[in-house]
Design a protein around this ligand. Sequence first.
Ligand SMILES: NC(=O)C1=CN([C@@H]2O[C@H](COP(=O)(O)OP(=O)(O)OC[C@H]3O[C@@H](n4cnc5c(N)ncnc54)[C@H](OP(=O)(O)O)[C@@H]3O)[C@@H](O)[C@H]2O)C=CC1
Ligand SMILES: O=CC(=O)O
Length: 246
Amino acid sequence: MDVAELTKRNIMATNTPGILDDTTADAIFGLMLSTARRIPELNQFVKDGKWNISLQPDQYGVDVHHKTLGIIGMGNIGSAIAKRANLGFGMNILYHNRSRNKQAEEAYQAIYCDLDELLEQSDFVCLMVPATKETEKLMGERQFKKMKNTAIFINGSRGKNVDEDALYDALQNKDILAAGIDVFTEEPTNPKNPLLSLKNIVTLPHIGSSTTECEYNMSKLAADNLKSGLKGEKPPSIINPEIFGN
Ligand SMILES: NC(=O)C1=CN([C@@H]2O[C@H](COP(=O)(O)OP(=O)(O)OC[C@H]3O[C@@H](n4cnc5c(N)ncnc54)[C@H](OP(=O)(O)O)[C@@H]3O)[C@@H](O)[C@H]2O)C=CC1
Ligand SMILES: O=CC(=O)O
């Protein structure tokens, strides 16, 4: 939304913050586990009736626990991912924002890094920044080349934040081990998207907040916002409260 323009025209803008943080973090952490342990691929292997000898080394996944997770965008959802990773899986947390997140540093021993340092040191890189002019194609050829070739890239943010051609090349050339993505540049993605032809990527149809409970809670808050707005009252989660004056 162009909030500045809405404010100029005295139009209320609302959203549903907070409600989806844990639900989205569950989905993105699940994507990370699925990619590292190759769960969708091995699920298919069993269902296709191919499990007739013991698993071969070329089917092994990689560990998640005690590895280093780099979170680009340590905000609400990034912090919920860091909580799961650090307190649940004993992972070391690196993060990059434009500003420091002292709360995450204290609660999850997260270490602030510049972007290149994070990319070079992380076993998992998880992108959780908003889509802005500044973050468009934040992950491109140069950034994928900085990552370890044993590392896994996860995008739980917005498709536009990644150069999909560069991601394809990085996966195809084995510059990185694998990727898990919940979001695409164009959604729904074209079934001919070259990324879908690769074995070392796990894809989801933007399911971050898609649980029965979370969708209900978001709808309810959206309805509460609308009801207040229609009565001329300040909605519970208004983005531009300045239109009500101080
Ligand atoms: N997959 C899904 O279903 C969902 C995806 N999302 C996506 O996740 C995004 C993050 O959500 P949420 O955690 O709630 O947002 P927050 O605003 O809480 O966090 C965003 C973080 O990104 C950082 N950031 C912003 N711009 C930059 C930049 N240019 N460079 C580095 N860091 C930056 C911010 O820190 P600082 O300002 O200090 O830079 C902040 O820590 C959403 O914008 C949305 O696109 C959200 C919900 C569900
Ligand atoms: O990506 C989903 C959202 O709610 O934002």
